[in-house]
Design a protein around this ligand. Structure first.
Ligand SMILES: [Zn+2]
Ligand SMILES: [Zn+2]
Length: 374
């Protein structure tokens, strides 16, 4: 009899749990902006590992998955100093621009090098030296998962051009236990389970803002995918702003994507929570218009302009030197300033979203207003 009651209770509990999970999964709907053409917006995913290092799938399989995920480009970053096999896999494949760099293990942690000409000998294991070598070969470097050593390990002088703000892999490891109730969703609706694992990247944002007082560093949402390629590819994306759509010539297309990243002409989005296409942040000084990523000399007032992808359910924050100075629920925001410093934008989703309300859905790259050219 006792056994029967026990099993009955267990069944009821399981039923309630399934109802609860089902309710959450069914009530999740991603926002979609109206179908417009944003010809100059190119969307891709950055930081993927293949079987050329410790990834679970080979490059061909990853390309197949990415080509079916409505992406324009992917950037493979297998471990190595550099990883020559990974670099060799670049090209236009299945309509997808496949680019590659390498993730170097250096004295201060993991450093991603992109756009470099192939070196004749391995990169240095010293972080600063490796960054200089990458630059000499016309490339640039990005600090990967910056707090993976718990404390900031990258020193004060920062010869790097970017840092990761959200890292898919670090997030999975860190928040695995707290997202346990959503784990079955990994099979049913994996994007949902992954969105639930994202917490506000406060530590990285604070460090980024601090570094940008003296440097110009660009922020990246990084997959660091070793498995779960499909859901990760639709979770975190980079949106590049180019003058024209990507050209068919591989070398030109490669240069254009890497140049946009090198100049910070892009923003990052948690794309699975809502499609971000159409977001813009730019500056106007007199008659001159500048995209995000630019450094402007502050010799006359500058107007900063923001446009959100859709008019509802979001909050735009304008951040100046790490502090939110303006919030808006409208679709557009303008702000005139004569104050020097680093200006960037965060957009938060405010309704019916599984995304933590304090985690930014979109992060723009900064516009730097300097009193003298650095
Ligand atoms: Zn790493
Ligand atoms: Zn990695």
């Amino acid at each position: 009899m006792k056994k029967k009651i026990f099993f009955l209770l267990l069944t009821i509990l399981l039923f309630i749990y399934l109802l609860w999970l089902g309710y959450h999964l069914l009530s999740f709907k991603t926002y979609r902006p109206p179908p417009k053409s944003f010809l100059s917006e190119v969307v891709g995913a950055y930081h993927l590992h293949s079987k050329y290092s410790d990834g679970r799938k080979n490059v061909e399989k990853i390309i197949k998955i990415a080509a079916g995920s409505a992406l324009d480009f992917i950037i493979l970053t297998d471990h190595g100093s550099p990883n020559y096999e990974c670099l060799q896999s670049q090209g236009w494949k299945e309509g997808l621009l496949v680019l590659a760099g390498s993730e170097l293990s250096v004295s201060r942690g993991h450093l991603v090098g992109l756009a470099f000409d192939e070196p004749s000998r391995p990169f240095s294991q010293n972080a600063e030296e490796a960054a200089k070598q990458i630059r000499r070969l016309k490339g640039f470097s990005i600090i990967a998962h910056p707090f993976s050593k718990a404390q900031w390990s990258w020193g004060k002088s920062v010869p790097y051009q970017g840092m990761e703000i959200i890292s898919g892999d670090s997030m999975l490891k860190k928040n695995f236990l707290s997202s346990l109730p959503y784990l079955p969703a990994l099979l049913l609706m994996p994007e949902y389970a992954l969105i639930k694992m994202i917490d506000p990247p406060q530590q990285n944002l604070i460090k980024w803002d601090e570094l940008n007082n003296d440097h110009s560093l660009y922020g990246y949402f990084s997959l660091d995918a070793h498995l779960l390629y499909k859901p990760l590819l639709s979770l975190l994306r980079l949106h590049l702003l180019l003058e024209k759509p990507l050209p068919p010539d591989f070398q030109t297309a490669r240069r254009e994507v890497f140049d946009a990243l090198r100049k910070g002409k892009f923003y990052c989005a948690i794309e699975a929570a809502a499609e971000a296409r159409g977001f813009r942040f730019w500056a106007k000084k007199r008659e001159e218009t500048s995209p995000m990523g630019k450094t402007l000399l502050l010799d006359s007032p500058v107007t900063l302009l923001v446009r959100a992808p859709f008019p509802f359910a979001k909050e735009i924050h304008l951040v100046h030197n790490g502090k939110t100075i303006l919030r808006s629920h409208k679709r557009r925001m303008t702000f005139q300033t004569e104050q020097p410093g680093t200006y960037r934008v965060e957009v938060y989703l405010k309704e019916k979203t599984p995304l933590n309300k304090k985690a930014p859905w979109i992060i723009s790259n900064p516009i730097f207003l300097r009193e003298e050219k650095k």
